[in-house]
Design a protein around this ligand. Sequence first.
Ligand code: FDA
Length: 509
Amino acid sequence: CFFTSTSSNEFLDCISQTISSDVVFTPNDTSYSTVLQSTIQNLRFDTPTTPKPSAIITPLSYSHVQSTLICGFEFGLNVRVRSGGHDYEGLSYTSSYHSTPFILLDLNLLRSVTVDPDTNTAWVESGATLGELAYWVARKSNLLGFPTGECTSVGVGGQLSGGGFGTLARKYGLSADNVIDALVVDVKGRILDRDRMGEDLFWAIRGGGGGSFGVVLSWRISLVYVPPVVTVFSVSKSLDQSGTGIVNKWQNIAHNITEDLFMNLLITPAVQGQNSTMLVTVNSLFLGTADELINVISDEFPELGLQENDCMEMSWIESVVYHSLYLRGQSIEALIERQPWPKDYYKFKSDYIKKPIPEEALANIWKWCLQENLILAMEPHGGKMSAINETATPYPHREGNLYIIQYIMRWGTDEGLNATETHVASIRRVYEKMTPYVSKKPREAYVNFRDLDLGTNGNASGTSYVQALRWGRRYFKGNFEKLALVKGMVDPTNFFRNEQSIPPLVLSH
Ligand code: FDA
């Protein structure tokens, strides 16, 4: 299912003036499918009927990005930008706008990381993965780190555009909170740094979600201090081993315990003997030694029963491998090998929790998850996340949030695409039943956990601010209006658009 048209051919003529054909792939090229599929994570969007780009450009230089945007604009094509390809809804490489052909601008080869240990800063290109970023920072100094995410195959471009939450968030905030400059190619094909783009656009690109404002080529980030020794643990309890009590206590302490301690929960359906149960796993990063950690846990969370032999001391970069579950057990070099996260079919949703869910209600939630075979991941907020004002960046879920829940529905190739309807219906049922326990008015969601169930822009040209408020307030609360105003200033014709991009709002005087 390719989009081809006269405008696509004119576009190809236009870029052939400045871009070598080696980095342009059309459906006639034998490597087109390999390039397209290279970083597709969600197999729901890798099927014969998934709409595919008329051409893929894999820029080797910033001028290639500029030419692609200038030609795309001239011939009315929709340009989708891809860094790591982890978008939950495939918005970086497919399109539901059947009347408009689209081009894929794949930044995979723009991935340098340049660390300056004198200023504790780095420039990182959007096509780098979070693993590559962490690796090259740690190679310069074992006392420097960066708040990335837990999955190291995620792209820097998408992660920083939407916020970026990980194990250092309670100590240092989101990835986007630590960005101090950027290079963006705007709708006119100009490269703008922070000074040239101005503070409003610089604000919008740090959490307003990818694909709306321009193409971010590179980010200047402020590196953070990490101690030479950190400690990790992973402790699992079934419901019989007081799993519910652990979750209950965690809800009350994980957000206000010392900022040096990050503990998330992964709650998965499991079979024990003849019985089904939920397995509660507490995964942790502590910025200090095992002795110090055991003291904190015995004071604040004795119910966990943490033992010395549950704890492993290591360097921060080793902890990055440990927390990227698919790499656990490998050497730190695995971070630069670009091993893909295991691909499967999935649908995710998110919620924010402001009051602990009553213990009695947890029992019902386990029942629903067992019935629907749904995984829950819970990530604590508090600490630095609460200290940052909710208008400082577009990410508004700050003070007052105890944690974010991610609902995870994954299935494999054995069931395949045909099982989509059944599994999507399952996750929606649990989401619906969770209504009494989660944030309200609006029911908040995290833009990097992209969820088109919240609403879409409709067709390519008909993006309306009022229509978009429905989903926009849920990702951005009061910041949505400012995002739309910035969009109105920098891209009034809505060239950078997708099913959930920020619509332009232009106030008439
Ligand atoms: P992708 O390339 O698909 O881009 C995502 C969006 O950003 C698209 O709309 C795209 O057009 C746009 N975009 C990409 N590059 C751009 C650029 N250079 N300029 C402008 N727009 C650009 N999140 C988190 O906070 N913490 C976590 O621990 C995890 N873990 C995780 C694990 C797994 C397995 C997945 C699939 C996802 C996550 N995420 C996450 C969510 C992740 O942060 C989110 O999907 C990011 O947008 C992915 O960034 P990529 O560059 O990989 O995606």
